[in-house]
Design a protein around this ligand. Sequence first.
Ligand code: ZN
Ligand code: ZN
Length: 353
Amino acid sequence: MDRIGRLRQEMRRRKLDNFLVTRLSNIRYLCGFSGSAGVLLLTPRKARFFSDFRYREQAAEQVSGADVIIYPDELMKELRRRPLNMAGSIGFEALFLDVSTYNQWREIFPLLDWIPTTKLVEQIASVKDPDEIEKIRKAVKITDAVFAEILKMIKPGVSELDLSAEISYLHKKKGADGDAFQPIIASGPRSALPHGIASERKIKAGDMVTVDIGCFYQGYASDLTRTIAVGKVNPKMKQVYALVLEAQSRAIAAARSGLKAKELDEVARSVIREGGHSEHFGHGLGHGLGLEVHSEPRVSFLFDDLLMAGQVITIEPGVYIPDLGGVRIEDDVLLKNSQAEVLTKSPRDLIVL
Ligand code: ZN
Ligand code: ZN
């Protein structure tokens, strides 16, 4: 069944007569449009994609499975002009419709029953088809290659920002659309910041350096983290590295469909807990990868969702000790009914430069 067909099936299950898609990555997933403005509206018999003048050619070229409507002025004016024959209920993406726009829609369609939803398209999109998996493999391959080159540049005196600039350049140079997120380069004590984006700090001998990078390739994301040692590092950090690696390896070995997200999280978390660092691992084990860097499924202690074959997730335990430093190791894996396949190929043992 096609993607819009699967969404319609889910709408029926939830008794939604109509559905409004406003998250751009979901629009892209459902009808192929990759531009930055538009909405997709499903009524009982029709799927319509609305956008403006700037996207006339692009929408004509990319959109499939929906009628394209290019409005000459404003979406709201177009909605008032056009008979859409909507009745009953309409689901909308509660996390991706701002209050002011929502109020305008309600004003135009006051008789509809507006039902907030979350993750509806995201859950359908979490299981990848072979073509999507190929794109993720390509994105991962580019990021692995960028990491290998960046390793040669990490040395005392080089700033985090220098490395970050090289990563962004190399991603594009190797064929990516661009970075999937601002590169995280956190050196020395800054490595204790789980999301320390690059600063002016210069690398020093004895630093642990966490590098978390990813790109989009034809819309699909990669996400890789390694923590490396520059010269002789604090032996305590080496122990922390071994612990995080053990936690990650066990989670990779356990990852498969049918497991609950929180059960997989617990595989890694129990190792870190037994190592005495449970309070230093404050985030979830990982997340789905797709047209967004952080997508479904969320792999953390908070979620019961059953993992499914065809989902691509990250496995990224970390230990962060304030004022000392941190270690995170992140790989991207394709879930299967048996042992998961690790897509990222960068070496996982501690690299000492
Ligand atoms: Zn990452
Ligand atoms: Zn990640």
